[in-house]
Design a protein around this ligand. Structure first.
Ligand SMILES: [Zn+2]
Ligand SMILES: [Zn+2]
Length: 196
């Protein structure tokens, strides 16, 4: 029970009425306005529930995406390192120097493809500076890639790549560590290029 009898403004949106409040939970002037307020509260609760659900969905999708995203982020740093390491060596397949011209731009080419040998995607012997032309869909033939790789890393290391067929399940911490390692190497190689 309230002691005050001072007229209060009805809390229903748009209602101009004032009413005498006898009980603290009654904030409306009429049952109609009471229903309007109840509806508004229900709608708000539904919006909040929908937002909570949407957030949970987003989190689930993120957790699902996280490993491929981490692989992609690590691959960017790894490939950048390979390009910096090999920038003056020319294409490992055709031997031509890299240029900022169509077909001659430097790529980081995988000896055994990431699709066929995903476990070797971060192996430094398996990734060599290659020109855009050789790395393209109508580029180097398998025997040319093999010959080029052997010329660059030697028979023994090439065979080690060929014989490495143990599948690998990339783990979160491992991918983060790979990304950090190559980001640091990239920074080092870049600073060396600038000071020399
Ligand atoms: Zn009212
Ligand atoms: Zn080439």
């Amino acid at each position: 029970m309230l002691t005050t009898t001072k007229p209060r403004r009805c809390k229903a949106p748009g209602c101009p009425n004032k009413f005498t409040q006898y009980q603290s939970f009654v904030v409306w002037c009429s049952p109609t306005c009471g229903a309007v307020i109840a509806q508004a509260k229900l709608a708000k609760a539904k919006r909040v529930a929908a937002t909570v659900e949407r957030k949970a969905d987003q989190e689930k999708r993120q957790a699902f995406k996280r490993i491929p995203e981490l692989i992609a982020a690590a691959q960017i740093q790894f490939n950048t390192f390979i390009r910096l390491r090999d920038k003056d060596k020319g294409c490992f397949v055709c031997g031509r120097p890299f240029k900022d011209l169509p077909g001659q731009v430097q790529h980081a080419g995988h000896v055994r493809s990431r699709g066929a040998a995903g476990h070797l995607r971060f192996n430094e012997d398996n990734c060599l500076g290659e020109c855009e032309g050789c790395n393209g869909p109508r580029g180097a033939k398998p025997h040319q890639i093999k010959a080029g790789a052997i010329a660059r890393i030697g028979q023994e290391r090439y065979e080690a790549l060929e014989n490495d067929n143990t599948p690998h399940k990339w783990k979160r911490e491992e991918l983060v560590a790979i990304k950090q390692k190559y980001a640091a190497l990239v920074r080092e190689l870049r600073s060396r290029t600038w000071t020399s």
